[in-house]
Design a protein around this ligand. Structure first.
Ligand code: UT7
Length: 336
């Protein structure tokens, strides 16, 4: 009998679920408005508002890097969760704009937070990065590999933007959002769903990197290129599909969702997804106007804002969903 028990996986049946127990967000001080951009590129405040919903974006100062934004957000999330550095046993940073080729931003952050020894790594899935990172943390916790994870989406996307290209420069901003995810005896993260299709790489990409055209990186010419309307159409279609996939997996109806917490690329994309869910826009967390598209940071920033403003309350059912370069897309259904 004793020998048989030794073959069972090491797990605590009381804590096989993961739960978000604290959130934090950080936006750089410097704000760039649409009117500011009117002075530098051939655009207008009216065009940007009507086509995207964006009014302003936060841009990191010179010398302010992704790890700085991540640290600020992480400290707030840890404070909200009431956890100390010694409690954290996993760090995952979702970012497209790592400070260095290596070490990972997660390792840089780990040192900043005076955390030692636990696994720390970056996840790269562009705008879906936070959902990917959350899914990984959820699996670590559900397999009893981790008890208390710090999951962050942090970007200095402004560094990979060509500020003379009106097709892209009006869309993006910088920021970081963080959550603390802990093992719990009742379900918090109900399910996660991740997808990718690399055949669409060329529609939204930075076509240079370390092993390919590194000269462009060295010369500061490695910029985002996007076929906006193609990405828009795919985003609307794909996000609609993942809503259905997520609800079906949990045996739920559209009406069971209290809040949609989507990636914040464009208010028109948010509205299309809300329409699909038969959900009023008042139930969609929308930070597009004030943040712009902060890539991997956008979902945790929106989540943090909605929790701190008492929109999202304990017990609410949240649908987090993202779509981005790769293409990558994914969702997380969360009981908060
Ligand atoms: O985060 C990852 C996922 N990313 C997204 O989901 C972004 C998805 N795409 C979009 O949000 C939209 O496609 C954009 C906001 C990027 C563009 O909106 P659109 O309604 O799809 O416009 P468009 O690309 O079809 O361009 C319409 C016109 C073009 O002019 P012509 O060719 O019709 O004369 C563009 O050159 O708007 C022009 N345009 C601009 N005009 C003023 C493009 N950018 C600007 C601009 N200011 N900033």
């Amino acid at each position: 009998m004793q020998a048989e028990q030794n073959w069972l996986p090491r797990c605590d049946p009381l804590s096989l679920y993961s739960r978000i127990v604290g959130t934090g967000g950080y936006l750089p001080e410097n704000i760039v408005t649409n009117s500011d951009l009117e002075k530098t590129v051939n655009t207008s405040d009216t065009w940007i508002r009507e086509r995207t919903g964006i009014e302003q974006r936060h841009i990191a100062a010179d010398g302010e890097n992704t790890v700085d934004l991540a640290e600020n957000a992480a400290r707030k999330a840890m404070q909200a969760a009431g956890v100390l550095a010694a409690d954290i046993d996993l760090i995952i940073v979702a970012t497209t704009t790592a400070d260095q080729v290596f070490p990972s931003t997660a390792c840089l952050l780990q040192s900043r937070l005076d955390i030692h020894g636990c696994p720390a790594f970056d996840v790269q899935a562009v705008c879906t990065g936070f959902v990917y990172a959350l899914a990984v943390a959820d699996k670590f916790i559900k397999t009893d590999t981790s008890k208390c994870a710090l999951v962050i989406g942090a970007e200095t996307f402004s560094r990979i933007i060509d500020w003379s290209d009106r097709n892209t420069c009006v869309l993006f901003g910088d920021g970081a959002g963080a959550v603390v995810v802990k093992a719990d005896s009742s379900p918090g993260i109900l399910s996660t769903h991740l997808h990718a299709d690399g055949d669409y790489a060329n529609l939204l990409h930075v076509p240079s990197g370390v092993s390919s055209n590194y000269a462009a990186v060295q010369q500061g010419r490695a910029f985002v290129e996007m076929s906006g309307s193609d990405v828009f159409k795919m985003a609307v279609k794909t996000l609609g599909r993942i809503v259905d996939e997520t609800l079906q997996a949990n045996g739920l109806e559209y009406s069971d969702i209290d809040w949609l917490v989507p990636h914040q690329a464009n208010t028109r994309i948010l509205a299309a997804t809300a329409k699909k869910l038969k959900m009023p826009m008042s139930k969609v967390i929308n930070t597009v106007a004030k943040h712009g598209n902060t890539s991997a940071a956008s979902i945790p920033l929106a989540l943090d804002l909605a929790i701190r403003s008492n929109q999202i309350k304990a017990g609410d059912t949240l649908l987090l969903e993202g779509f981005g370069g790769g293409f990558t897309w994914g969702s997380a259904l969360v009981n908060y």
